[in-house]
Design a protein around this ligand. Structure first.
Ligand SMILES: C[S@@+](CC[C@H](N)C(=O)[O-])C[C@H]1O[C@@H](n2cnc3c(N)ncnc32)[C@H](O)[C@@H]1O
Length: 649
């Protein structure tokens, strides 16, 4: 069999490595050939001109003729409009299609969900309907059918806006013809260029807004969007993704008393930047219902989505109603009865959870117990005991961390080396000891931070200067974090923290006692105990293992699309812990918990912490503890299901 492009690539870089002087740059020509061999018409430009987002290593482009073939390839039958995942073999065709879809946040809704939202929002024969980002038209189709069934006129009542002209040609035009909807009803435009007063108001706004993260949602489009919502009196933070201004602008098109029914990302319920959106909706709608689903709406996507049903535009909301359903079918059954659904969350309750709706999706008995314990004076928030912050950031961990052998060969003076924890995965137990560190060092791990002072290069010894010169040849000094500090090689790092928090976990987060006194990168959070409270770090570590704190981490943190739990420092600061100063247990008990965790038995550690902390010190009975444990198991299993789904995608 003839060698494939990957074999050729491996052979070439193998030869360079054998020559003994290979660098990232010497590998680039081979990489370029590999990229260009993947599909016809592809050009990979090595070290192109700087672009707005920085200095990319490569820009990969494709000739228009080939790209057009690509996009035609995305046409799918109407019944399967959901976004097709990139199945193996992952050719350049797939990749380019996905990039185009990603740029516009174009993940299409299923017919079933569109029909459900339209069925709820369109109620009268003369309702006018708008989908402000109509894509291939799944909502327009549902709206046309609904309006026709209500004896209205789809041709005059159903309208859409879409930024991507190719979509109209590709799939929307035949659909419009089928329902006798004139093409003028679909405006090809950036929604942020369309102003509500230019057309009669709509009784229903439906759809699935583009989800483009702030890193990609930038430039004039972003400025326009943020400017528009500033006009509504909403200041969206810089981290806002595109859906947030989209949703806000969409409300402007509603008639008094109108309804908005849209797909929203899970971030609506927990992201800091979503809070102004939630508050705006509370001021503008009489009633808001939010449905989340155990079975994901977009199984192929790394992002959970919910359905937002807001009605009575122009009224003022006194409460949200939220409910988790198993699947769309269950919501359909509830809506058929024309009844409201879900737990009531008044605005005061929303304040209690820092404006986050996510916390209110817990089952009722669990939420009641959780709130009861949160109000108990023997329970507090982690932020009352400690400061939670991120670990140090180097800009290039590979360069700024050295193994013992590397440090020796480079002759870096010990003065410039600090013991460090490079990855959270290096923590095995409930405490990180000096022996743990030594073990990692002896295994050849990069456990030394190159900790250089803020001095002129000329003040550094020759071996260090040689290493820095090598870094410059590799372009390390140009990485964003290095380029913005002065001097680029001096990594800011504070004193070692008392404890670390493993803030990104597939399983259970831990507060780990840093008995070795090492520094840590931002792969863990640093938890620095308030000195006045004289809390023993091992007691906090142990207390954090109980079901209450573990559940609290799930509630106050947020799942990432792939099923991992993430706790931002502000979220970690809100997790509940039983006050460590009230807890009594021995060193031997801590050792036993540490042993359980090192033996991969977090469940035994939780059992023990529940017995010691919740039953022993807090005096909860077994029924109460069982409610917490069952709740924790359920929330965690739900989240972990995402890990299974995303890894099988
Ligand atoms: C998530 S898709 C939804 C499409 C369709 N409503 C559906 O649910 O199948 C988002 C759509 O928004 C379009 N879009 C992205 N940015 C836009 C903008 N600024 N103005 C109008 N449409 C936009 C994309 O091209 C894409 O078709």
């Amino acid at each position: 069999m003839a060698p494939g492009p990957i074999d050729a690539y491996r052979r070439e870089i193998g030869e360079e490595l054998q020559a003994g002087n290979a660098t990232e740059h010497t590998h680039r020509p081979a990489l370029r050939s590999l990229i260009e061999s993947l599909a016809p018409g592809v050009t990979a430009t090595n070290e192109p001109k700087r672009v707005e987002c920085g200095a990319p290593d490569f820009i990969v482009s494709r000739s228009a003729a080939h790209a057009a073939t690509n996009l035609r390839g995305t046409n799918r039958p109407a019944a399967t409009r959901s976004f097709a995942s990139c199945e193996p073999p992952c050719t350049m065709e797939h990749v380019a299609t996905q990039v185009a879809q990603k740029d516009f946040g174009a993940y299409y809704t299923s017919t079933r969900v569109a029909e459900l939202l339209v069925g709820w929002a369109v109620r009268n024969h003369d309702d006018r309907v708008l989908d402000p980002s109509c894509g291939e038209g799944v909502f327009l189709e549902a709206a046309a059918a609904r309006v026709t069934a209500l004896k209205g006129q789809a041709s005059s009542q159903v309208h859409g806006i879409e930024i991507d002209p190719k979509v109209l040609r590709r799939s929307l035009a035949p659909l419009l013809r089928r329902f006798l909807i004139p093409e003028e009803n679909v405006r090809i435009s950036d929604f942020f260029d369309v102003r509500a007063p230019d057309q009669p108001p709509f009784q229903a706004v439906v759809g699935n807004p583009p989800f483009i993260r702030y890193q990609t949602f930038k430039g004039p489009s972003r400025q326009k969007a943020l400017g528009l919502v500033r006009g509504l009196g909403v200041a969206l933070p810089e981290l806002a993704s595109s859906w947030a201004p989209f949703l806000l602008h969409a409300t402007e098109f509603l008639d008094a008393g109108g309804r908005l029914a849209m797909v929203v990302p899970a971030e609506f319920t927990h992201a800091g930047y979503a809070r102004p959106v939630v508050q705006y909706f509370a001021r503008k709608f009489a009633r808001i219902q939010l449905a989340s689903f155990s079975d994901r709406l977009f199984p192929e996507l790394n992002e959970d989505a919910l359905l937002l049903l807001a009605e009575g535009y122009g009224g003022e909301c006194r409460e949200f109603r939220v409910k988790r359903f198993q699947g769309v079918k269950d919501l359909e059954s509830v809506l058929e009865l024309r009844k409201g659904f879900g737990a009531r969350v008044g605005l005061a309750k929303l304040q209690d959870t820092n404006g986050r709706l996510r916390n209110h999706f817990l089952p009722r008995d669990l939420k009641a117990l959780y709130d009861f314990l949160a109000a108990d004076s023997r329970v507090c928030r982690l932020g009352e005991l400690a400061q939670v912050g991120i670990g140090y950031v180097t800009g290039n961990n590979q360069f700024f961390h050295l193994s013992r052998n590397e440090a020796r060969q480079l002759e870096i003076p010990p003065l410039y080396l600090k013991r460090s924890l490079l990855r959270s995965g290096m923590i095995k137990g409930l405490r990180f000891t000096s022996s743990d560190w030594v073990e990692l060092r002896d295994e050849g791990e990069k456990v030394h931070l190159l900790a250089l002072p803020k001095v002129a290069e000329s003040e550094l010894p020759d071996p260090v200067l040689e290493y820095l010169a090598r870094g410059k040849r590799l372009g390390v000094h140009k990485a964003y974090k290095c380029a913005v500090r002065n001097p680029w090689f001096s990594v800011p790092h504070a004193q070692a923290a008392d404890t670390f928090l493993t803030y990104m976990s597939g399983d259970a987060p831990r507060i780990v006692w840093n008995s070795a006194g090492v520094l840590a990168t931002n792969s863990t959070h640093e938890v620095r105990l308030n000195s006045l409270q004289r809390i023993k770090p091992q007691i906090l570590s142990l207390a954090f293992c109980c079901s209450l704190s573990q559940l609290s981490a799930e509630v106050e943190g947020h799942p990432l699309g792939g099923g991992m739990l993430k706790l931002e420092p502000s979220e970690a600061a809100r997790t509940l812990v039983v006050r460590p100063d009230l807890l009594k247990f021995s060193e031997a008990q801590f050792e036993e918990m540490d042993y359980f965790i090192r033996s991969n038995s977090m469940s035994s550690a939780i059992d023990m912490a529940d017995d010691l902390v919740l039953r022993g010190d807090l005096g909860l009975n077994w029924d109460q503890i069982q409610v917490l444990r069952n709740g924790l198991t359920e929330v965690r299993e739900q989240r972990r299901k995402r890990i299974a789904t995303s890894s099988s995608n």
